[in-house]
Design a binder for this molecule. Structure first.
Ligand SMILES: [Zn+2]
Length: 274
């Protein structure tokens, strides 16, 4: 049976470039309203995602995060979305611990899943800090080339990573090959950019898929941010008007589960060990 996983990155970050996060100010975005819209979509299509929560956003929206944790599987998406390659290992560990503490205190739920901001988890010695901080499952690695050089294995299936202090279960981000390049299509700007026919085609070809949607991906009523460069403006807003319809089609045409359900269904002993 195909293993397709639906996740949502819960954050108010609307763009980042050259290690700089651009956050949409509180007064420019009614996050609660966008969340309601997302919840209606999830209910209609009976999809229960995993929410990767940015803890600095959780501090601003504690009620919403409690509500999310009551209904859905959760993980952490760091404290304030600094790319991991800008951290020393010690700083990374502190950031991770802070993010976990905030979410656990707020929700009363144990946090053992992680997604790095911008998929920026760069090296094995950083991953050991995941285990140090009680993370068992990571959803950060991708074979997509980024400006911060995060290139991992091309495996398009869940796998295990042997570290000095234990084993991490990894659900990588799905890509398709275009000539020799790995290209994403399951979330963010990639998802908004491609026509649904292409997304459907690539989805039907996979037996494993990791989707990562943001609340901002389905909110066309976002304020303009003048400081953004033109490429960033484009990346932020491309396809945003049709994204909700596309998402509804996707959730209608394919079955998705959350990370926890996938975790329980997979026989991890049979998955590759790197
Ligand atoms: Zn993010």
């Amino acid at each position: 049976m195909p293993q397709r996983i639906f996740t949502i990155d819960f954050e108010t970050i609307c763009a980042f470039s050259n290690n700089q996060n651009i956050e949409l100010p509180y007064h420019l975005w009614d996050l609660e309203k966008t969340f309601e819209k997302m919840q209606a979509i999830l209910e209609t299509h009976q999809v229960s995602p995993t929410f990767f929560i940015l803890s600095s956003t959780a501090e601003k929206y504690p009620k919403l995060v409690k509500q999310i944790a009551e209904h859905y599987d959760i993980g952490t998406h760091s404290y304030n979305h600094n790319l991991i390659n800008t951290f020393t290992i010690k700083e990374f560990s502190q950031d991770l611990k802070k993010s976990i503490d905030i979410i656990e205190q707020l929700t009363g739920k144990k946090v053992n899943k992680y997604r790095a901001p911008g998929f920026s988890l760069p090296a094995i010695d950083y991953m050991e800090q995941l285990i140090e901080n009680g993370i068992e499952t990571d959803c950060s690695l991708t074979p997509i080339n980024h400006f911060y050089g995060n290139k991992t294995t091309n495996l398009q299936t869940p796998y295990r990573i042997q570290l000095k202090n234990g084993i991490i279960k990894e659900f990588p981000i799905t890509t398709f090959k275009f000539f020799s390049k790995n290209i994403g299509f399951t979330g963010g700007g990639y998802f908004r950019l491609y026509p649904y026919s292409l997304i459907k085609h690539f989805t039907s070809k996979t037996s494993y898929l990791m989707a990562y949607i943001h609340l901002s991906d389905i909110e066309p009523n976002q304020a303009k941010i003048k400081e953004l460069s033109l490429p960033l403006q484009f990346r932020r807003m491309v396809g945003i008007k049709s994204a909700e319809r596309k998402l509804r089609n996707w959730l209608n045409d394919f079955e998705f589960v959350d990370v926890e359900t996938a975790n329980e269904t997979i026989n991890w002993e049979e998955q590759p060990l790197l």
